[in-house]
Structures are given as C-alpha cells and as structure tokens.
Design a protein around this ligand. Structure first.
Ligand SMILES: Nc1ncnc2c1ncn2[C@@H]1O[C@H](COP(=O)(O)OP(=O)(O)OP(=O)(O)O)[C@@H](O)[C@H]1O
Ligand SMILES: [Mg+2]
Length: 235
C-alpha cells in the first residue's frame, strides 16, 4: 500500500476543468516531484491532496495511509499527517521566527517541539527573534518549511520551494528537504518548475502537462532525456 494514492481524479474551478484523470502514488519514505510548466496543474494537484478549496475534486479518489481522505476537511487531513507549504508561504509577517513556528505547534494535534524543528534550520537558529517580514526570501522559505515540519507530518507537500531564490540558497533548501526526509522519514511530494533542483532531491518524478500526468520518470532518466526536458520543462 502506498502512503498516498491519487486515483484518477478530475478536478477544477468554476471556470473549468484543470485536472484530467490524474493518477499517481507516493511510497512511504520517498521524495517524489511533480514537474511541469506554468499552468500544468501542479498546484491544483497539491491543493486537491490537501483539500484546500478551490479546486473541487469531481471524480476519482485520494487515499492516504489506506483511507479515502476526500471527505475530510483540510484540518482533518493535517490531523492525519499531511502538511502543506504553499507557494506564497503565508507566514505571519509581524511574528518572529519562533512565534511563527509556535503558532503551528499550538494548532497541531501531535506537534514536534520547537527545538527539534529548529535543529534542522541553522539559519533560523541565528534569527529566532526576527520578524518574518524582515527576513530574506530564502530565510522565509526555510521558515515556511519549518512551520510545515512543526505539525509532525508523515507527508509534506511543498509547492515550488525554490521559486525566486538565488541558486546558492536553492542548495540550502535542497539540503534541508533531504535531511528532513532522511532523519525524520517524512515523505515529500514536491512541486517544481525547477527541474534541476527537483532532480537533486527526488527519487522519482511525474511530468505534468495541460492537467494530465504525461509520464513518470527518474532523475537519471530525465538528465539523459533532452527531448523530454525540452517538451515538458524549461531546462
Ligand atoms: N483559483 C483558480 N481559479 C480558476 N482557475 C485556476 C485557479 N488556479 C488555477 N487555475 C487554472 O488551473 C490550471 C492549472 O493551474 P495550476 O495553478 O494548478 O498550475 P501550476 O502547474 O501550479 O502552474 P505554475 O507553475 O504557474 O504555478 C490553469 O489553467 C489555471 O489557470
Ligand atoms: Mg503552481
């Protein structure tokens, strides 16, 4: 049994359908990425797994740990062990690093401790009292991931964590994702346009285009396959 099974979902917005028969699975302990260009349906897929509306899932099923989670509200999906780090990060700008993490701890049924969370984020340990609005993009991304980890998830959904970050900061984000995956056995479903970054941290990839999964592949296959990269990705 896979940790996450997305079984033939159709989903969309009041403006129209965005996902067509999307089918994939993630095994416990894996880092799996969904890759594709703007508008491919990556965020819609993550939001469907989290139960964040819109979109609405019209057809198919989403199973987590063997159970259908489609009827569950997002909060109940958090309770089941899913945490979502959205692209726009949604930090509380006036709260400090510690306070942002503490709010997540206070809202989680089975949280990690503050110090355990911070132990993965060297850069945050040096700015515990800093307000989120006074942090760089890379630091804010680290804090967003730290907040996601505070809920003590079995599965973390990360939406474009490398977006807008300088390449050397992207390396730090890669390292922290791999470390959390190794040390905590947190399964990761990563969405990226940055295939280079995704190839560094993922065990497997699914490529999306126009609301469909077009193929599944591995980092080594994708590195070799210029045609596939050019067709579905920007690099
Ligand atoms: N809130 C919304 N209301 C209506 N349509 C939406 C909404 N969000 C996304 N869409 C549409 O759904 C489709 C898939 O968008 P989605 O945001 O999932 O793509 P994406 O792969 O995450 O793209 P990007 O890499 O630009 O973030 C697009 O056609 C988009 O216009
Ligand atoms: Mg997106």
């Amino acid at each position: 049994m896979s940790l996450l099974e997305v079984n033939s979902i159709d989903a969309g917005y009041n403006t129209g359908q965005a996902l067509f028969d999307v089918n994939f699975s993630v095994e416990k302990g894996e880092v799996v990425s969904l890759l594709g260009r703007n508008g491919a349906g990556k965020t819609t897929t993550l939001r469907s797994v989290m139960g964040a509306a819109p979109p609405t899932v019209w057809e198919g099923d989403i199973r987590f740990d063997g159970e259908s989670i489609l009827p569950l509200e997002p909060y109940n999906r958090v309770t089941h062990g899913i945490s979502f780090v959205p692209e726009e990060r949604r930090l509380w700008p006036n709260l400090t690093v510690e306070e942002n993490i503490q709010v997540a701890i206070n809202h989680s049924p089975n949280p990690k401790g503050l110090e355990e969370v911070l132990s993965y984020f060297g850069v945050l340990q040096e700015m515990r009292e800093r307000r989120a609005r006074n942090m760089s993009g890379g630091e804010q991304q680290m804090l967003a991931i730290a907040r996601g980890l505070a809920a003590n998830p079995k599965l973390m959904l990360l939406d474009e964590p490398s977006e807008g970050l300088a390449p050397f900061i992207v390396r730090d984000v890669e390292a922290v994702i791999s470390e959390i995956n190794d040390a905590e056995d947190v399964t990761v479903l990563l969405v990226e346009q940055n295939a280079v970054m995704a190839m560094e941290v993922s065990d497997r990839h699914y490529l999306m285009d126009q609301g469909k999964i077009v193929t599944s592949t591995t980092p080594s296959e994708l590195r070799e396959d210029d045609t596939m990269r050019k067709k579905y990705l920007s690099v």
